[in-house]
Ligand binder design. Structure first.
Ligand SMILES: [Zn+2]
Length: 560
């Protein structure tokens, strides 16, 4: 009886266990991210799933006349990367703007903007992103610096962290910002201390929105094309899944339609889990939206069920909430009262939503932990997988709270890139004591916290290899400082890879279907040009993705 039942099940299924594979990758080094069997030589894929992982001989037994066989010649195979914190649509839009991310001096920034403006003379606005506070004397850019290269049109450059903006005189005029304009609540129009005139710099979303709301968005077709470009870029970097943190303003409408269209047309080549955004005073509607979207989407290509809130701002603009004052005396600008935050997190958690809390200052992190704790106490859902994003500074008393609360530390290695911006602005504003605990991946791991890694693209590049290199060395890609910045906070290569794969899959409640290479799991994997485990760390930066497979489908091949 049992036997015939088993036969029936196999007959009714798509294929029997020993049917030929569609794709076999063999004679390589396969790092599976499976704790009990981390290494293998070969992988077989049928349809969208992995059907075998093992020795080359074992796996090649599944070869049939139509099987595509790729001889890896010793190359490394990993689970596809999962960027656990990304802003997909902002990233896509940034592909069509001036990219200032690699420029370190005012002159370099100006030259790049000027060149873009000259090659795009018909664009009504000149838009860009990625400037660093540390590039400008005093930490803030001015409208005059932007007028000098774009005198004829409005121009607006978003800071790399998305929390500050830089407008030229035409853009300020269009937004109606003058010396008389009052600061919006929780935002700052930076002013000349003598004249009171706006300097062109704007701090935090309520202020940047004064200009950003005047910028015409590209139409849906243009946005869709940019989204497809972004997906190709991510595939070329070995990324097969992202977790989308949305924009600061948090609206979902048009973005979801673009993602749904890509899914419908078979062009969504990166799995996306997207969070809605809530803010103090606007909680119930976003929760309802997230719950509705969750119920409307099945499968593992496009999923919902998360909601995000910004507890505080950033250290560079002294808006991250701190327990002790900044050098200039302030303690930051939290976006919530602790009571309102806890109530919102409890309400979202009660609806079964996963909650992400952006918290960068040590007081912000504590507020976030308290809110997650309140939700656990109020609703008693143990498997809620609550998240805290960024955690740039933390009180030592709070390291051990993550593990018992089951709160995931979602961090972005390149935010700790020890460059000039870090030394001149971040470390100065944080002060030596807090800076000594900056981006404490090692301390959090030692305290038993579960970490997950991402990029925060377009805040920094989505290139996983840049993130991996910083995670294991705490150095810039130029190799500075020689011993690494706070090297005790670096993590091992294997740990870093887990945070980009299986831990990230856990974070989206999908570790049972992806994130490691095992029979039955979704066939999301990458083949790399170099064996990261057998090269010096510097080689990570030169590594290329030769092949990316998502759901059994080749979505990137080097040279194509
Ligand atoms: Zn972000």
């Amino acid at each position: 009886m049992h036997r015939s039942l088993a036969v029936l099940v196999l007959a009714a299924g798509v294929a029997a266990a020993d049917d030929p594979a569609d794709l076999i990758l063999t004679r390589g080094r396969v790092w599976t991210a499976e704790a009990d069997r981390p290494w293998a030589e070969a992988v077989a894929v049928r349809g969208e799933r992995i059907v075998a992982v093992g020795s080359s001989a074992e796996v090649e037994a599944l070869r049939g006349p139509k099987t595509e066989v790729l001889d890896l010649a010793g190359r490394l195979v990993l689970p596809g990367f999962n960027d656990a914190h990304i802003h997909l649509l902002s990233g896509a839009l940034s592909l069509d703007q001036v990219d200032l991310i690699e420029d370190q001096s005012v002159e370099a920034v100006q030259a790049r903007i000027k060149a873009f403006a000259e090659t795009n003379p018909h664009r009504p606005w000149v838009l860009g992103r990625g400037w660093l506070y540390g590039s400008f004397p005093g930490g803030w850019p001015t409208k005059e610096q932007l007028d000098a290269v774009v005198p004829d049109r409005p121009a607006y450059m978003e800071c790399y962290d998305g929390h500050s903006g830089w407008a030229n005189s035409k853009a300020l005029a269009l937004a109606g910002i003058t010396g008389e304009t009052k600061d919006p609540p929780k935002g700052v129009i930076v002013r000349d201390p003598k004249t009171g005139e706006p300097t062109g710099a704007l701090k935090e979303a309520p202020a940047t929105a004064l200009v950003e709301s005047k910028i015409p968005l590209p139409g849906p077709e243009a946005r869709y094309e940019l989204l497809l470009r972004a997906l190709r870029l991510l595939n070329s970097q070995g990324i097969t899944s992202v977790q989308d943190a949305r924009s600061a303003s948090g609206e979902l409408g048009g973005d979801v339609a673009l993602l749904e269209r890509a899914k419908r047309e078979g062009r969504l080549t990166v799995r996306v889990r997207a969070a809605a955004g809530m803010k103090q005073g606007d909680v119930t509607g976003p929760i309802a939206t997230a719950v509705r979207l969750r119920s409307e989407h099945e499968g593992h290509l496009l999923t919902f069920g998360s909601i995000k809130a910004y507890v505080d701002g950033v250290i560079e603009a002294e808006t991250a909430a701190m327990l002790e004052p900044y050098p200039d005396g302030g303690t930051g600008l939290p976006n919530w009262t602790p009571e309102a935050l806890s109530a919102a997190v409890v309400a979202a958690d009660r609806s079964g939503l996963q909650v992400w809390l952006h918290a960068i200052g040590d007081r912000g992190v504590r507020m976030a932990l308290d809110a997650h704790e309140a939700a656990l106490k109020a609703n008693g859902r143990p498997d809620r997988r609550g998240r805290i994003e960024h955690i740039e500074t933390i009180s030592p008393a709070d390291y051990p709270r993550f593990k018992p609360l089951g709160v995931i530390a979602s961090m972005q290695p390149l935010h700790a890139n020890p460059d000039q911006n870090n030394a001149d602005v971040w470390s100065v504003n944080a002060g030596p004591d807090r800076a000594s605990r900056g981006f404490g991946w090692g301390s959090l791991e030692r305290a038993g916290a579960r970490l997950v890694f991402g990029s925060d693209w377009p805040v920094v590049t989505s290139d996983v290899f840049r993130g991996l290199y910083c995670a294991v060395t705490r150095k810039t890609r130029e190799g500075q400082p020689p011993g690494g910045w706070l090297p005790e906070q670096a993590v091992s290569l294997e740990s870093a890879l887990r945070h980009y794969t299986i831990d990230a899959a856990y974070t989206s409640f999908e570790d049972d279907v992806k994130g490691s290479l095992a029979p039955g799991k979704l066939a999301d994997l990458v083949v790399l040009s170099d064996d990261l485990f057998n090269t010096p760390p510097e080689a990570i930066l030169r590594t290329r993705v030769d092949l990316t497979v998502m759901g059994g489908r080749v979505v990137h091949r080097a040279g194509q």
